[in-house]
Design a protein around this ligand. Sequence first.
Ligand code: 5AD
Ligand code: SF4
Length: 587
Amino acid sequence: MHPLQWVLQVQRSLGWGPLASVSWLSLRICRAHSSLSSTTCPSPERQEDGARKDFSSRLATGPTFQHFLRSTSAPQEKLSSEVEDPPPYLMMDELLGRERKVYLETYGCQMNVNDTEIAWSILQKSGYLRTRNLQEADVILLVTCSIREKAEQTIWNRLHQLKALKTRRPRSRVPLRIGILGCMAERLKEEILNREKMVDVLAGPDAYRDLPRLLAVAESGQQAANVLLSLDETYADVMPVQTSPSATSAFVSIMRGCDNMCSYCIVPFTRGRERSRPIASILEEVKKLSEQGLKEVTLLGQNVNSFRDNSEVQFNNAVSTNLSRGFTTNYKAKQGGLRFAHLLDQVSRVDPEMRIRFTSPHPKDFPDEVLQLIHERDNICKQIHLPAQSGSSRVLEAMRRGYSREAYVELVHHIKESIPGVSLSSDFIAGFCGETEEDHVQTVSLLREVQYNTGFLFAYSMRQKTRAYHRLKDDVPEEVKLRRLEELITVFREEATKANQMSVGCTQLVLVEGLSKRSATDLCGRNDGNLKVIFPDAEMEDVNNPGLRVRAQPGDYVLVKITSASSQTLRGHVLCRTTLKDSSANC
Ligand code: 5AD
Ligand code: SF4
């Protein structure tokens, strides 16, 4: 596999809230001034469409400015009667999916996988059906990523393929509708509608509740968009649908957005301001997943450990935030609220047999309370993602990461002391603006010094809107970026192999996922550090039922003796079936 492919990181009621109202207002403006195309504007070739005329006449009796004011004056109060009200200019049955089949395709990070399930949960409640067969689809929705140029290029290429599907569609079938969801919709807005006339719907990451309306507008033959970002949308009340009934693990979104404004990153512009989901709704979801028998939950967010639940006023006292030593923020210090350590403590108490992981954190938010909890609690995995991005203090400053190489290294040592046997992973960017050969060498040396178990490495891709775009020069030639990236990958692999080989001879607790992809006689699972462990499917003893011989099933915890290790996988043989509480992994 090409290293570039290898490095791709495969990194949630339904109601009409204030956002939708803002979009209705924009929709009226759009009718009067057709140049404002960021909401719902007819595409020229559909001007004669009878359905549109009908829609336009109903639009004239649409919401008033007062309606908009009422909705925005109390953004937090979503009264249940408001939640149930459909917008006045669309009939209730037009908002229903009428069993139209939706095909969802996800690109990018794990947040997008979760967003796909939020979008699907909303559409399912609205009467849509889901299909895994593209040819069967009435609606195709792409959940998109903008983090690097290449990610966006993949979507443009996919849209060209889908165009053919749309034009070839027999007239006997309902017209195929295509929607762009997520970061790319947010970043490019009307540019997508203008470039690709065949795109019917655009929905930014905070606009998924509006999907039934946007699709209803698209049904009338118009393009429809909602790319408004919210200060409070967390989809707390939208339970994502578990797509794979046999899954052993699930992702639970705990916060959205990012306030860090690292100079290279588009995320604060596409996903908006940082906001946390109330703890009570997170715990409710984790309890449901535990009742369904899931054995692992990964708490998800752009900045998970910056979590701050301010929903309960009694906790909004002026206690200032503890940052990791030597770390600063690009924003004014925040105060009060229930923090990540509290959430982690609560979540890990739900089910002692459920493993808890979290991603992606920022190194600045690792106070001792968090480290101590990870060390003490059996079911919190001893695995920390600690994105360094660069090993050079000079580059880190240009990236506005809020720490130096020295502060980062000190944190690594502190984590390794606080959590013996901890497994570390990181993200690195090769060829950031102004990166010299000396800076690159420093990144190589950081990889050697820390010896990460897992790494995600990327070539820098300049993004519009970011601070780097406005203030810095993308001056490292493409071939130099790629050469440095390959060097980082080589060094990372060497060091990860060494780090993983330390497990050889140890007995590790593995959560079984299922059959190995490469061999029908092998099973595959993950150890506490989230490394893949392969072992032959063999009979073994069940420690809770002495004398009983069993074979491992997905969702079982088994003890595996590790016999070999590579940079990405461990191999071994199974010893017995056990429980998380009873296990005594000896390394
Ligand atoms: N170019 C390359 N990599 C990037 N990342 C974020 N923005 C960029 C960019 N413009 C990487 C960072 C981040 C990971 C999710 O993606 O390493 O941690
Ligand atoms: Fe981007 Fe930095 Fe926020 Fe991560 S912490 S999402 S890299 S701005």
